[in-house]
Design a protein around this ligand. Structure first.
Ligand code: ATP
Ligand code: MG
Length: 386
């Protein structure tokens, strides 16, 4: 009988020239890990991988998992047969519906196959029409397209649909970044976007316990676990900002609160990044979304660090960010109503256009600035994720 297989396509890896093996090996190991507890085998061919020997009951589960692997461009469930043309025709007739229009689109990577792609298209089309004369051929806008893929390994795959997957680059091929992970909507999306380009993600969450609750921290942990579906071995660390926020509250003008907190966050984040070998910071800022995300505010918070800060959401509207959050499964968790540490001592009128000079002047009122940072760092907690 003809068995089901899942064809895996990877896109941009082709651009990588001599480094292609490195990218492919990373992708292969992610696929193996993701499917390790499913009874199946994966054939890693040139330019195409194929999942075989699985029970159809787990087919959708396999596809859902493949959709979480960066570097996988698309997948198709296909039927497999051998090179014998009668066998191919039998399968093609079986798969093509009985009514409407159709076309055959074949691709022949096995160049020694006796028929070329055009001949396969025409001869299979004829055989299908003979068996199902009520069908008609429509090359431009067919109701049904049967794709035929003649591979070098003796296999021919027939399929009629393709599922788009995450795309991007294999996780772990794009360096390591430290994500400032709040409990909100934007930062998990920011982490996802960088991971999609192959960046390994370490995450850092700030809390203000006891001003913020255990549940707020748990929310960040839950979000990191969701990101973990895409980011194997993601790490999460937590740092308390409570003492720092109290020091700002007691010594500085109220409307500087958010700006100053964000500068402390960036400074601490950079120290954590260096300690854990991360080459950049990532946050969920979107230009103009709130007072702390104007160009002036970003300039002031960026001024305390000297490593690259990536803000993949910077040019996105909120609804675009939400669409991604829904798609990757973080949205429902992000909208649970727990307070973020930025809401502690929230001023009525936060600064929209801070300047470095004035902000530094405010910071000079905080005694033991460096010690505050060191104490916060010494309380760094590493969270055990799933
Ligand atoms: P988000 O939806 O990601 O929380 P936001 O729109 O609420 O973003 P802000 O609160 O201004 O925006 O935060 C901007 C960015 O600062 C966040 O995207 C995140 O990267 C970082 N950030 C904010 N709060 C925290 C926190 N408690 N821990 C770690 N990072 C944080
Ligand atoms: Mg937030």
């Amino acid at each position: 009988m003809f068995g089901n297989v899942i064809l895996i396509r990877f896109g941009e890896l082709y651009l990588k020239g001599k480094n292609k093996d490195y990218f492919e090996n990373m992708l292969k190991s992610h696929i193996k890990d993701k499917l390790s507890d499913i009874d199946c085998s994966v054939y890693f061919g040139r330019g195409r991988y194929v999942v075989n020997n699985y029970n159809v009951a787990v087919e959708n589960d396999i596809i859902s998992r493949l959709k979480q692997i960066f570097g996988v461009h698309s997948v198709s469930v296909a039927r497999r047969c051998g090179y014998d043309f009668n066998e191919i025709a039998e399968l093609a007739i079986h798969m093509t519906p009985n009514h409407g229009s159709f076309r055959v689109t074949s691709h022949r990577s096995y160049k020694k196959y006796p028929l070329n792609s055009l001949q396969i298209n025409m001869q299979l089309g004829e055989r299908i029409l003979q068996a199902k004369p009520e069908l008609e051929v429509d090359l431009h806008n067919p109701d049904y397209t049967l794709n035929v893929d003649v591979r070098e390994n003796g296999d021919v795959y027939l399929y009629d649909s393709t599922v788009k997957c995450a795309g991007g680059m294999p996780y772990g091929t794009g360096g390591k970044g430290l994500l400032l992970l709040s409990g909100g909507i934007d930062s998990p999306v920011a982490g996802y976007m960088m991971a999609k380009r192959g960046m390994s993600i370490f995450a850092l969450h700030f809390h203000s316990y006891p001003y913020t609750s255990e549940a707020a921290k748990q929310k960040a942990i839950d979000l990191a676990n969701i990101l973990g579906e895409y980011c194997p071995n993601i790490k999460l660390m937590c740092v308390s900002l409570t003492e720092i926020q109290e020091a700002i509250h007691n010594n500085c003008k109220p409307n500087y609160m958010i700006t100053l907190v964000r500068r402390f966050m960036m400074k601490i984040a950079q120290k954590v990044a260096v300690k854990y070998g991360c080459g950049c910071l990532i946050n969920g800022e979107s230009l103009g979304q709130v007072a702390s995300q104007t160009l002036e505010s970003i300039t002031v918070t960026n001024a305390v660090v000297d490593m690259p800060v990536f803000r993949p959401c910077i040019g996105m509207d909120k609804d675009e960010i939400i669409a991604i959050a829904e798609n990757i499964g973080t949205f429902k968790k992000s909208i649970e109503p727990y307070e973020d540490c930025c809401t502690v001592f929230l001023p009525e009128f936060p600064l929209i256009k801070p300047t470095v000079d004035k902000v530094e002047e405010q910071e000079s009122h905080i005694k033991g600035y460096d010690e505050l940072i060191e104490r916060a760092l010494s309380g760094l907690e590493t969270i055990q994720l799933k």
